[in-house]
Design a binder for this molecule. Structure first.
Ligand SMILES: NC(=O)c1ccc[n+]([C@@H]2O[C@H](COP(=O)([O-])OP(=O)(O)OC[C@H]3O[C@@H](n4cnc5c(N)ncnc54)[C@H](OP(=O)(O)O)[C@@H]3O)[C@@H](O)[C@H]2O)c1
Length: 231
């Protein structure tokens, strides 16, 4: 039987590969990003299973486009993956108000608002999966230039634990994977001199399996998935 998921940030990198893996397992996926062209090309791989929504999830208008689509098509969701992300790498003293706002908008507040607004459309047994980072994993090594990014991801980890407690009686689970370095555009832009040990295809496949099964075994977990930091 096919499940239906929302995956944000699916136009490239880990999200793109995650969606392909879910579609390969015959699931349906509503995919969200700002790049219409890349989403259209993703859809062309699985035209019957992938439903693209071009939207900026940091805007109310963008989020309403997604929520309107879910309502209009009467879609019952089995989960959402908050994968869209932004990494601003700057020394703490140089981070502007705007940098902090953008960092928190994409990595924390968009998952908060989308989860709240999509909850009425989630089936019992659904899995909310937050894509965190080792920088936001409690007790992990921290690296210069990543304060705003890591703070936002750390808060996403705590949100995961709060939602697990609050939604348990509705049989909706919430977990967070704190990823280490994966060779994507985000990683290349932030760490041009490093080669990540993991490719997006491998991470996308792992996340798809975790999304489908892990919530049947545990809830409210914040887990490191890392061969190497930083990111
Ligand atoms: N790569 C790593 O080493 C690493 C490590 C730890 C954690 N992570 C996390 O893994 C996730 C995926 O990262 P990645 O490396 O695959 O990044 P990426 O290649 O930069 O892809 C980011 C995705 O997010 C989308 N996105 C960004 N802002 C958006 C917005 N305002 N509205 C809608 N979509 C938006 C982008 O699409 P558009 O530009 O088309 O909107 C793109 O599809 C992120 O949450 C990241 O923080 C990555």
């Amino acid at each position: 039987m096919s499940n239906h998921y929302v995956v944000t940030g699916s136009s490239r990198g880990i999200g793109y590969e995650l969606v392909k893996s879910l579609a390969n397992k015959n699931h349906l996926v509503t995919v969200v990003a700002r790049s219409e062209e890349k989403l259209t090309s993703l859809r062309s791989l699985f035209p019957e299973q992938i439903f693209p929504i071009t939207a900026d999830i940091t805007t109310e208008e963008g989020r309403n486009t997604l929520i309107g689509h879910i309502k209009e098509k009467s879609i019952s969701l089995d989960g959402i993956v908050h994968n869209a992300g932004l990494l601003i790498k700057k020394p703490f003293e140089e981070l502007t108000d705007d940098d902090w706002n953008r960092q928190l908008d994409v990595n924390l507040l968009a998952p908060v608002f989308l989860t709240r607004d999509l909850l009425p459309h989630m089936n019992s047994g659904s899995h909310i999966l937050n894509i965190g980072s080792m920088g936001g994993f409690q007790g992990s090594s921290k690296f210069p230039g990543l304060s705003a990014y890591s703070v936002a991801k750390g808060a996403l980890s705590v949100l995961t634990e709060c939602l697990a407690a609050e939604l348990a009686d509705r049989n909706i689970s919430s977990n967070c994977l704190c990823l280490g370095a994966v060779q994507t555009e985000m990683f290349e832009a932030a760490f041009p001199d490093f080669q990540a040990p993991v490719q997006p295809g491998d991470m996308g496949r792992y996340i798809s399996e975790f999304l489908l099964d892990a919530h049947k075994l545990f809830n409210g977990r914040v887990l490191p998935v890392s061969l190497a930091d930083p990111s």
